[in-house]
Design a binder for this molecule. Structure first.
Ligand SMILES: [Zn+2]
Length: 260
């Protein structure tokens, strides 16, 4: 229920910044640019502290244009190059493109196997993905169907498939043994539970976004919007800029991971 009109609302206690850091992490996104609108500043912070990151794009964004007669393959090539440039700004070790169809991404067994292959090959402690439960952004917009599909596909690939040796057993015969991801961080969530202080890396996020030139008409206005978004997400932990994430702990290992 909303606060009664005119009632004084006491400020709540300031929460602690989220300090756990994975040694290795993988961001799984539907489109080129999602990871950069998403947790890019968190990724940059973790990489600066010594983590190793990898980015997986399920599609190459071949529907991300405004002309019905645009060449989707040419657009995909442009967007892959933009995403590779942005990933270099953030500091990922590399990017995988799974070449699934933009606008028609499905959480099917084909995508699940592709994601399990990526997870077993890279062996991340944490996977970051779009929150599949976000259909609407609060009351201010609709979450793209591919974002929901990529999010639930990432969740289903992490658990149980990637860790189950009997799931896709031919991958193990190829040398890709079962791997247990210990945490999932969901971005673009209406239910964030942790806030990462990204005061030191918010500029890298903005620089990474500028690399997506085919998608951005007014980069300076976008930069202002990103800074305002980070500022508001920093308020709960009392910092100038933060990214809010929904953390799912699959294996409780608070004493194991490096902290940062
Ligand atoms: Zn997207």
């Amino acid at each position: 229920m909303a606060d009664p009109v005119g009632a004084a609302v006491a400020p709540g206690p300031v929460a602690e910044p989220h300090m756990w850091r994975p040694g290795r992490f993988m961001v799984i996104a539907a489109h080129p640019d999602d990871a950069d609108f998403g947790p890019a500043a968190t990724a940059a912070r973790w990489i600066d502290a010594g983590s190793t990151g990898w980015l997986v794009c399920c599609t190459s964004g071949d529907q991300g244009g405004e002309r019905h007669d645009a060449d989707p393959l040419a657009l995909a090539a442009v967007r892959e190059a933009e995403q590779r440039a942005a990933a270099a700004v953030v500091g990922y070790d590399g990017v995988s493109f799974l070449h699934q169809p933009d606008g028609a991404l499905e959480n099917d067994l084909v995508l699940r196997e592709l994601l399990v292959r990526e997870i077993r090959a890279f062996r991340p402690d944490a996977v970051l993905a779009t929150d599949p439960e976000t259909i609407f952004y609060g009351d201010g917009g609709i979450n793209h169907v591919d974002h929901r599909a990529a999010g639930i596909a990432a969740v289903d690939a992490v658990y149980p498939a990637a860790r189950n040796p009997m799931s896709f057993p031919w991958l193990a015969r190829d040398g890709l043994a079962a791997w247990s991801v210990r945490r999932i961080y969901l971005f673009w969530s209406n239910l964030p539970t942790v806030h990462v202080d990204v005061t030191a890396t918010i500029d890298r996020k903005i620089d990474a976004l500028r690399a997506h030139a085919s998608q951005i008409r007014h980069p300076d206005a976008l930069a202002d919007r990103i800074r305002e978004w980070a500022r508001s997400e920093g308020e709960p932990i009392g910092v100038a800029a933060a990214e809010a994430l929904r953390l799912i702990v699959i294996d409780d290992d608070a004493d194991e991971g490096p902290s940062g």
